[in-house]
Ligand binder design. Structure first.
Ligand SMILES: [Zn+2]
Ligand SMILES: [Zn+2]
Length: 173
């Protein structure tokens, strides 16, 4: 998922990428999501001098565990992100391919040797788009707190309220 900047004409360009997240296992944000299959990306790049502003629209499928019933399920995700890529100065900082600094208005990233790699931007945007409390479906019934039965698959013999006591029983006396 790379764009070679020196060869690009000034102006607007559209790129389409399809890649395996396995190629980007070193990106930390990717640890938070369990990708299934390839990621598809449409990138719109604006070149100004040697700077490149890139917006990405990414689509992927991730595997999640339902926060209510604990069953695994897959969810399609879509995420957009934007960043300005500027060429790294002549000094060599070997520890990392890109260095991220936060500016007030937009994200700025350095690129090296004329090549912008969109892996970090895309994978981070998808990781942010993943729900913190995923539900297999909006009306997931969850599991019975008493016997653990998955209530989406049918009821259990426990009667709600039984053994837990009426919460206002003492007030009703
Ligand atoms: Zn569920
Ligand atoms: Zn039960």
């Amino acid at each position: 998922m790379q764009i070679s900047v020196p060869r690009l004409r000034t102006g607007r360009h559209i790129f389409k990428f399809q890649f395996s997240p396995d190629e980007y296992t070193e990106i930390e944000a990717g640890d938070a999501v369990d990708f299934r299959g390839d990621v598809e990306v449409v990138a719109t790049a604006h070149k100004m001098g040697m700077q490149l502003f890139v917006t990405t629209e990414a689509q992927a499928t991730v595997a999640l565990e339902c926060a209510r019933c604990l069953e695994p399920f897959v969810l399609p995700l879509a995420a957009t992100a934007g960043a300005l890529y500027v060429p790294e100065e002549t000094f060599d900082r070997a520890e990392s391919r890109t260095h991220v600094i936060e500016s007030e208005s937009e994200r700025v990233m350095y690129y090296r040797q004329g090549v912008v790699d969109l892996g970090e931007q895309v994978i981070e945007s998808l990781a942010l788009a993943a729900p913190r409390k995923p539900l297999c479906r909006a009306d997931c019934h969850g599991i019975c707190p008493r016997c653990g039965q998955n209530l989406n698959e049918g009821g259990c013999d426990c009667r709600p309220g039984e053994d837990f006591g009426h919460p206002f029983r003492r007030l009703l006396r």
